[in-house]
Design a protein around this ligand. Structure first.
Ligand code: GLU
Length: 593
């Protein structure tokens, strides 16, 4: 899930520009980083272990006069986190240098063949295999672009590479992992990156680089088909995201700021084209099977969307987890619809099923936050969350938007979109009031302090609240590094009840709905065994040890329960002294399998 960034233009501080670009990409990987800059026909490199966010502007390359540089922020998949393994990787004669985002699935076979041919390796990475393979191809190809294309065609898996040469060119090839070029038409500066946001403040146009293509950049951009070598025309689009707004705006962390943005993201949905909802709703009603799909938090959101489609839309929607959906492929037909939920629109595990499904003629709908993504481009029904950049690695506002989308869509299916919008507007106002009330934060902080001492936390909910407490579990695991276990409250008695004993913490979400009494039974069952209960409910109950009041919002109650769970994980992360916006080991958009 690494981030790739490159610059070529007239400014003499290329390395510093790349450093800033990488800092904006560090949600994609932050275990080590490297930058290579060209000066006087010589490539100089700096690589370090640790977070790029902590690097000051006086890093070693900062004084180098250079107009071309590439860089990489790593999330290691192959080879330990060491300086040697950090990208970019030099060719033997130092005539070019290369960085990669992805995994070369056949790297072992390739490495064996290359070792037999006499190549030497310095790192443990799959990336260095690409470098040596290009060198091998150069023996016959002579031309570097051809050699890169031939080598790239032999790689298995989702990969994107970027390469800088000592004669002042940047090449990049894409197959899966994201790649975009940014252009400033006035200054003729070029940027190349894993996302548009990272150069949005400097470029006014961007070009999405398609899979199966290789680009060449010096003072102009040319794109070629990897297989045929033929030049391809490309489309420049306007950069519309305002990355100037990427600022904590007075909040201590992006996470808190983004939790506070819930009312904003819900209002963004309210502004969307109703016709688009109605069109998808009518297609859903005619579909043979409807699947929702996502990974990680978006997988939980996809499950909640399926719940809403069943509950309000009376559609037999089934939710899938990206990484575990392969067996459904054979069951799909062109009468089916898949609704993909993804923040980045580049989630590899989701693309793995969408790509073959699309070829089979399955209809694809999607709800994505980042503009210009692969998932959006392959969708027949495209919905953008328009939530703005989400910088914290853990998603909060994007999750709110994903769930609210599922709610609105299900209301559209039942012919009650107007009612759904009215309810969502009310919810948005209620969340705004809730977030502004200091008392709520004080109560949650107290509970966060207590829960931060625990090793295991159980979360129970039913029906509309089951996936919400699952998301509460995801957040606690991500933010506090504490083991959470979410389960439907009705399942408790079947096995988890063996773990209920004095002092065990159980978070229970209750709404005023048709299953309320069933959930109250679960409260009684765990209390009888001595567990202590943190109740999230619209009214207090005598057997709650801690009570988190939830304002009444009827049909959207599940979404209202989300907010205190997000705040709880935020305050637990603070309490434990964790890195709130960048929890250990995870990265934001998972573009590798
Ligand atoms: N496979 C490469 C490495 O481990 C790149 C990793 C990635 O893109 O996440 O260095």
């Amino acid at each position: 899930m690494c981030g790739i960034f490159g610059y070529v233009g007239k400014r003499p501080e290329a390395a510093a520009i790349v450093l800033e670009g990488l800092k904006r990409l560090d949600y994609r990987g932050y275990d080590s980083w490297g930058i290579a800059a060209l000066s006087d026909n010589k490539i100089t490199i700096e690589k370090q272990i640790g977070k790029i966010a902590n690097v000051k502007s006086n890093f070693q390359l900062s004084t180098l006069n250079s107009q071309l540089a590439i860089g990489h922020t790593r999330w290691a998949t192959t080879g330990a986190v060491t300086q040697v393994n950090a990208h970019p990787h030099f060719s033997t004669d130092q005539s070019f240098i290369l960085a990669q985002n992805g995994i070369v699935e056949n790297y072992k076979e390739l490495k064996e063949q290359l070792l037999k041919k006499g190549h030497t390796f310095h790192s443990e990475t799959d990336t260095e295999v690409i470098v040596r393979l290009i060198e091998e191809k150069l023996k016959n190809d002579k031309d570097l672009q051809k050699a890169i294309s031939h080598a790239f065609a032999e790689l298995k898996g989702r990969n994107t590479i970027i390469l800088a040469t000592k004669d002042g060119q940047i090449f990049a090839a894409r197959n899966g992992s994201p790649l975009v070029v940014g252009i400033n038409e006035q200054t003729k500066d070029f940027y190349i990156s894993s996302d548009t946001l990272s150069f949005a403040h400097d470029a006014n146009k961007f070009v999405i680089i398609d899979n199966g293509t290789i680009l060449r950049l010096n003072h102009s951009l040319k794109i070629f088909d990897i297989k045929s070598g033929r030049e391809r025309p490309y489309k420049m689009e306007d950069v519309t995201i305002d990355s100037g707004k990427i600022d904590k705006e007075g909040f201590d962390h992006f996470m808190l700021k983004e939790i506070f943005e819930a009312p904003f993201v819900l209002n963004q949905l309210l502004k969307q084209d109703e016709k688009a909802y109605m069109q998808l709703a009518s297609a859903l009603k005619k579909a043979r099977n409807v699947y929702t799909i996502g990974s990680g938090g978006a997988g939980v959101a996809a499950a909640q969307c399926a719940y809403y489609l069943r509950h309000f839309g009376r559609i037999n929607a089934v939710s899938l987890i990206g990484a575990d959906s392969a067996e459904y492929l054979e069951l799909l037909s062109k009468d089916d619809i898949i609704i993909a939920i993804s923040q980045s629109g580049e989630t590899a595990d989701v693309l793995e099923i969408l790509e073959p499904a699309k070829k089979m003629g399955v209809t694809i709908a999607s709800f994505v936050n980042m503009p210009g993504s692969m998932i959006t481009r392959m969708s027949d029904y495209k919905f953008m969350s328009e939530s703005g950049a989400e910088i914290c690695v853990m998603s909060t506002k994007t999750f709110d938007a994903q769930v609210a989308f599922g709610y609105l869509l299900s209301k559209a299916v039942s012919g009650k979109l107007a009612e759904g919008k009215k309810n969502l507007r009310y919810l948005s106002d209620t969340i705004a009031t809730y977030l502004m009330d200091k008392k709520n934060h004080e109560t949650i902080k107290k509970i966060a302090k207590k829960l931060s001492q625990e090793e295991h936390i159980f979360l129970l909910g039913k029906s509309q609240n089951f996936h919400i407490i699952q998301e509460g579990m995801v957040k606690i695991i991500e933010a506090a590094y504490i083991h959470g276990h979410a389960l439907p409250s009705g399942d408790l008695k079947h096995y988890v009840i063996t773990l209920m004993e004095p002092g065990v913490p159980v978070i229970i979400a209750i709404s005023n709905d048709e299953v309320k009494n069933d959930v109250i039974n679960a409260v009684n069952e765990v209390k009888l065994r001595g567990a202590y209960v943190i109740g999230l409910a619209e009214e207090n109950m005598s057997n709650f040890d801690y009570y988190l009041p939830i304002p009444q919002t009827d049909e959207t109650s599940a979404l209202m329960h989300l907010i205190p769970l997000q705040l709880l994980s935020y305050y637990m992360s603070i309490e434990l002294g964790n890195d709130v916006d960048k929890p250990r080991n995870i990265a934001k958009s998972v573009t590798v399998k």
